[in-house]
Design a protein around this ligand. Structure first.
Ligand code: CO
Length: 134
């Protein structure tokens, strides 16, 4: 069902420091920070030859990553995103297999303008999984 790894998202307590770590220390190509108010995050996109890293920092009062950073004060891996061809077909198959879809179970438009869903970490080895239709 799943295809390519689209991105790994890392929650960070300081976006400028994290961006500098990836650009200077690790020598990666990083974007300017972007605020995504509808997702409650500011993000820096790190472009790697085979995938992307997203550095996420909370934006606004109800950021979905605020609690994560409360527990993981130096930051940490927040989720992985796998590509699927048909998100509704993928969702229906996952639900049929007993997986729990977070939220209302309907795809939302994600940070790249494409439909996404999040799956409960309980069903996937303790890792929050995002699927994105490409
Ligand atoms: Co993501």
């Amino acid at each position: 069902m799943i295809g390519r790894l689209n991105h790994v998202a890392i929650a960070v307590p300081d976006l400028a420091t994290a961006s500098n770590t990836y650009s200077s220390t690790l020598g990666a190509k990083v974007s300017e920070p972007e605020d995504l108010p509808e997702h409650g995050v500011s993000v820096v996109f790190v472009e790697l030859p085979n995938t992307k890293i997203e550095l996420l920092h909370p934006l606004g009062d109800n950021s979905p990553i605020a609690k994560y950073l409360d527990k993981n004060t130096s930051g940490g891996m927040h989720h992985v995103c796998y590509e699927v061809e048909d998100i509704l077909a993928a969702r229906d198959q996952l639900v049929a297999d007993g997986a729990k879809i977070l939220g209302d179970g309907e795809p939302k438009i994600g940070a790249h303008g494409k439909p996404v869903l999040f799956l409960s970490p309980k069903d996937f080895c303790g890792t929050l999984v995002e699927i994105e239709q490409v």
